[in-house]
Design a protein. Structure first.
Length: 191
């Protein structure tokens, strides 16, 4: 039988005190030195959160195929606020927006608003794919294949050039400090 006693004094922060910064996920906000994102209002952020909680059956079914890099290792975000709009699913890496439309999108007024919305996304370089709830429910594999093909057609991300570094020798001199090598420094490509 192994018996182990550990005694440690733990000091808890007073109530209402924020947790230590390394224990919480830090997010940079616009103007705080983080990534340059579009500013999103608190109303829109809470509306997107509510849309995530109340997704339709078709949205939930498609999301199961898109989440966790399951489709071509792409990272999709769901109900993502962007500008004045909330995209159903978006993959920023290939600039692809997926919209799943219900029956309310069959009316002329809604179709015109969707066209304005699609033009706004297109002006920012995004391609919008629209599917009906019925398409997703009856032909999920076909929808996933269409999304995959659209993602493959997107421009590939720009590749970085290999970095060149100086090979350090004795005494911190480049090239090892060897006068017999004939060169001032040896260049070495990093993979």
């Amino acid at each position: 039988m192994i018996c182990c006693e550990v005694s440690a004094s733990v000091s808890l922060p007073p109530p209402g005190c924020p947790p230590k910064p390394w224990r919480r996920r830090m997010r940079a906000r616009v103007g705080e030195g983080g990534m340059p994102h579009d500013e999103v209002s608190q109303f829109q952020r809470s509306h997107a959160r509510e849309l995530r909680r109340t997704m339709t059956r078709a949205e939930t079914l498609l999301w199961r195929h898109l989440k966790a890099h399951r489709l071509a290792h792409l990272r999709f975000r769901r109900q993502r606020p962007t500008g004045n709009y909330i995209a159903d699913c978006v993959a920023h890496s290939c600039k692809l927006v997926i919209e799943i439309d219900g029956e309310s999108h069959d009316f002329e007024e809604r179709i015109r608003r969707d066209e304005v919305r699609d033009q706004w996304f297109a002006s920012r370089g995004y391609r919008v794919l629209r599917f009906t709830n019925d398409d997703v429910m009856r032909n999920l594999e076909g929808v996933a294949l269409a999304i995959l093909q659209a993602a493959e057609q997107a421009e590939p991300p720009s590749l970085t050039l290999p970095r060149i570094r100086l090979r350090q020798g004795f005494g911190g001199q480049a090239g090892g400090g060897n006068a017999a090598s004939g060169s001032a420094c040896d260049l070495d490509e990093e993979a």
